[in-house]
Design a protein around this ligand. Structure first.
Ligand SMILES: [Cu+2]
Length: 252
């Protein structure tokens, strides 16, 4: 693993220059996000997410804690061309009830473009496929899924740092379950607690300084290694090496 990482890191400088030279048409790359509580959610949690883009496929790694335990948490990548490409602020609380529902966050992060399900379909159609999302045992989510097919414009938006990760499911009344009289804006058969955004983070390109040192910042060691592997993917021609490096990382 150590060897792999050194090689990958060493390749990065060249990859970065290549990406700069190639300009915006060069879409592959990696972005990451610090997940923070959505204002008004009363969630005391945090997390990180990382997405690497290769052509029209993405690999997503996500970890979060402080969520309502043992209940399904829908999680998505959101993007809208007209959105602010950010997490919502309390000023987005259109009905002034002190909480943000998913729709109220729309102007900030746009509609669902990828459903971070554990199995099966990952399109927006699976946005509320509660039986296929993580149930956050102990309030924690640890998620990794590769080979997720996305539309070309979505891959492009993610690479450009315009997409946002949102984990849903809150517990405003602190009764340990999704409940309450207010219905979900997404599915009136569910309480709004089941779908209100809990944690959010805008997926941005990783700062180069954090990758060079491999420590400090929010990325942390293993993320830095993943980012370096993603950067190696920029080299296109080094395709076989990338596959080998990815395998090694998964085994590590
Ligand atoms: Cu969402």
């Amino acid at each position: 693993m150590r060897t792999t990482r050194k090689i990958a890191t060493a390749t990065f400088g060249a990859a970065a220059m290549l990406a700069l030279a190639a300009g915006p048409a060069f879409a592959d790359g990696s972005v990451n996000a610090n997940l923070k509580p959505v204002p008004g959610s009363e969630v005391n949690g945090s997390g990180t997410a990382m997405v690497s883009v290769t052509g029209d496929t993405i690999t997503v790694t996500m970890a979060a804690m402080g969520l309502l335990p043992d209940n399904p948490h829908a999680a998505h990548i959101h993007f809208g061309a007209d959105a602010r490409h950010e997490c919502p602020v309390i000023g987005d609380d259109a009905n002034k009830d002190g909480h943000l529902n998913t729709t109220e966050g729309g102007p900030a992060y746009g509609p669902i473009v990828v459903s971070l399900t554990k199995t099966g379909d990952t399109s927006a159609a699976s946005g509320l496929a509660v039986d296929r999302f993580d149930t956050a045992q102990g309030g924690k989510i640890s998620y990794e899924r590769g080979s997720i097919q996305v539309a070309p414009e979505v891959a492009d938006a993610i690479s450009k740092g315009q997409s946002v990760v949102v984990i849903h499911g809150v517990d405003h009344d602190h009764d340990g379950k999704y409940s309450g009289d207010t219905k979900s804006d997404l599915d009136p058969s569910l309480p709004t607690e089941a779908t209100d955004p809990a944690l959010c983070g805008a997926l941005r390109a990783a700062p180069t300084g954090g990758m060079a040192t491999g420590d400090g910042g929010a990325a942390g060691g293993s993320n830095a290694a993943l980012i370096a592997v993603g950067a190696t993917a920029l080299l296109g021609a080094a395709g076989t090496g990338v596959v080998a490096a990815r395998r090694r990382r998964v085994e590590a």
